[in-house]
Design a protein around this ligand. Structure first.
Ligand SMILES: [Mg+2]
Length: 351
């Protein structure tokens, strides 16, 4: 039973911005964002709280952020530095438990069920983690404690910044009942709107829908919704294995009939890929790939070598992939292969 587990979700507060403010206190009280410039059609990777007061948030196009706050200080980001701070924080995580699953540079799940220190108190462990991260790196971390991953993640977000929220097993049921469905793992704006149309705003209302009804409405995800509404999330914390690729994909509501429309579908995916790569600290790239699933469910993937993400390369790959079947497109994906850690380190060795 998952009520036996103790999961922490640790998430640094506005990480890239926090590192910059630590190193230059004059940035602390002014609106600050990290992201590519408007001229590069950039998006905001992270921003501090004074910037958020203007309605700016991560993933927002830089142009829009500058319209909301013309005096915004925009920095391109020093990703070598962020990776270094991330390594220090990950080291602290590993001092607590070997069961660490990093989600990005500044965020991880920790399974502390078997930790014997701190008299087994996950709350004390979380307090220690926050204290050590601040003392050793100058960065504040928000931590959520719960018996399941999705709840720990909701909890870490509950009281940001510098938050610590604990959902003990005996409170899971009442906590989840009042939780808005939008907070559930995997519920985006589209699913949220469909649930709202069914009269469902929170998990207590979601529980009234039978499993069969949810599966009918949402397919496989309906099964998951049924469980999440009851606080059930058995996903284990998976320890780090070397990440080999980063990709995004989407299944279209209706198939894209031809190559021209498929090309239009590619653009937002490339933007999302860039965003995701920023979250991973702009890792070194070894190649690009495009994945296409056609309306007959056949799947094809095409790769090219290259160290930069550029849209024309993705478009070329798409054109070649599409030519293999010349059918309407059901799903598109774009991604990058990452350079193995060893190769990356060799590249940075001084000659
Ligand atoms: Mg964060």
């Amino acid at each position: 039973m998952n009520s036996q587990r103790k999961i922490l979700h640790a998430d640094c507060d506005c990480f890239y911005a926090a590192v910059e403010m630590r190193d230059d206190p004059s940035l602390r009280d002014i609106p600050l964002a990290i992201g590519r410039s408007r001229e590069h059609r950039g998006v905001i990777a992270t921003c501090n709280y004074p910037a958020r007061a203007y309605g700016i948030h991560s993933a927002m196009p830089t142009a829009q952020a500058l319209r909301l706050c013309p005096h915004l200080t925009l920095l391109p980001g020093d990703f070598d530095k962020y990776r270094e701070v991330s390594r220090q924080i990950q080291t602290i995580f590993h001092e607590l438990t070997p069961l660490v699953e990093p989600l990005s540079l500044d965020e991880a799940y920790l399974d502390v069920t078997g930790v014997e220190g701190f008299q087994g108190s996950a709350t004390w462990m979380a307090q220690w983690l926050k204290r050590e991260c601040l003392a050793r790196t100058g960065i504040t971390v928000s931590v959520g404690v719960a018996p399941a991953k999705f709840l720990a993640k909701v909890a870490s977000d509950w009281d940001k910044p510098d938050g610590l929220t604990v959902i003990p097993p005996e409170q899971v049921d009442s906590f989840v009942a009042s939780l808005p469905v939008k907070k559930l793992h995997g519920v985006g704006p589209a699913t949220g709107a469909r649930l709202e149309a069914l009269g469902v705003g929170n998990c207590a209302e979601l529980r009234r829908l039978p499993r069969e009804r949810l599966i009918e409405e949402f397919g496989k995800f309906g099964h998951r919704l049924f469980e999440l509404a009851r606080g059930i999330d058995e996903r284990p914390v998976k320890i780090e294995r070397e990440r080999k690729s980063v990709s995004v994909e989407t299944t279209f509501d209706s198939d894209l009939p031809d190559l021209g429309q498929a090309r239009d579908g590619l653009a937002p995916l490339c933007d999302r890929l860039e965003e995701r790569l920023e979250r991973h600290g702009r890792p070194a790239i070894a190649g690009l790939f495009v994945k296409v699933r056609f309306d007959d469910f056949s799947l094809t993937t095409l790769e090219s070598r290259g160290q930069a993400i550029d849209r024309p390369s993705f478009e070329r790959l798409l054109a070649q992939a599409w030519a293999r079947a010349e059918r309407p497109v059901r799903l598109l994906g774009v991604g990058v292969r990452l350079q193995p850690e060893a190769a990356r380190q060799q590249l940075t060795l001084p000659l």
